[in-house]
Design a binder for this molecule. Structure first.
Ligand SMILES: [Zn+2]
Length: 279
């Protein structure tokens, strides 16, 4: 009897074309046989299964994977809804293409190291082949490396025979350029895909604000005649109010003048004036 367990590989592959990346991942965890079908980095059929699932179920992710990354790893990396790949707890995470990892902010901080700290430990020819990320801080910018990536590449670097070093460095430089270029393209793509939302550092959000009742503007008509000339509408007591305002202005001008004079008297001439008055 034909069941899903003993499906021939070609039928299994056909069956997989209807499955989302999440379903493929679940299926790969059912048994060794399925795992063998779905986790085979060197099998073109396996890679095709993951690619078709990606294009069908995550159509916006139509960019090919970075050079050297297989389709399965690529699709798993794109599954941001699964959260941080490191701590597996935090759902808020981001893909760092330079390091080919998806992680939360805390894991990023714990696993990265600043160039300022390691630049004396490693040679420049080695650092030139290590992918990095520009981190824009509040006060300054820094270059960050993924520590495990450094350790992995450094162990290969140290164990190389001298005669193979240059060709290995050339290969690594090619990979480095490819990764950095891919990361740049990804940043542009993310910017293009993200709808523009103006940054309003404002709390509480406008939507949460209670409507404010404005005070009554009934007092405004009392002031309008004052601003106008005598030709405008005037109430019977208008001349009195104008006089009152003028006298107030005059008074305030005199007061200002007094303040100005007294403050200047306390300046460099203060002593002289004091001497003039009191000898
Ligand atoms: Zn994490």
């Amino acid at each position: 009897m034909l069941t899903i367990i003993n499906l021939p590989p070609e039928l299994f592959a056909k069956f997989c074309t209807f499955l989302s990346p999440t379903d493929l991942l679940s299926l790969s965890q059912v048994c060794r046989k399925f795992r063998g079908y779905l986790c085979a980095p060197n099998s073109s059929t396996t890679q095709q299964i993951w690619k078709e699932s990606r294009l069908q179920f995550i159509p916006k992710e139509d960019m090919p994977p970075p050079e050297g990354m297989n389709e399965e790893k690529y699709v798993l990396l794109l599954m941001t809804e699964r959260g941080c790949q490191i701590c597996k707890k935090n759902k808020e995470c981001k893909i760092y293409w330079e390091f080919e990892v998806r992680c939360c902010k805390s894991c990023f901080t714990v696993n990265t190291i600043s160039q300022d700290i390691i630049k004396t430990k490693y040679s420049q020819e080695f650092l030139d082949i290590i992918p990095y990320r520009h981190h824009v801080g509040f006060f300054d910018n820094e270059i960050l490396y993924w520590e495990k990536q450094i350790d992995l590449i450094y162990s290969k670097y140290c164990n190389l025979p001298k005669e193979n070093l240059q060709s290995w460095l050339n290969d690594r430089k090619h990979i480095f350029n490819s990764i950095m270029e891919y990361s740049k393209q990804r940043i542009s793509k993310d910017k293009a895909d993200t709808p523009y939302v103006p940054s309003l550092n404002f709390w509480p959000p406008i939507s949460m604000l209670e409507p404010v009742e404005l005070p009554s503007l009934s007092f405004i008509p009392q002031f309008i005649p004052i601003r106008r000339n005598n030709t405008s509408i005037q109430s019977p007591d208008e001349p009195k109010r104008n006089q009152f305002i003028k006298s107030e202005k005059k008074k305030s001008t005199i007061k200002f003048h007094d303040n100005y004079t007294s403050s200047h008297m306390k300046g460099k001439n203060f002593k002289n004036k004091f001497v003039h008055r009191y000898g």
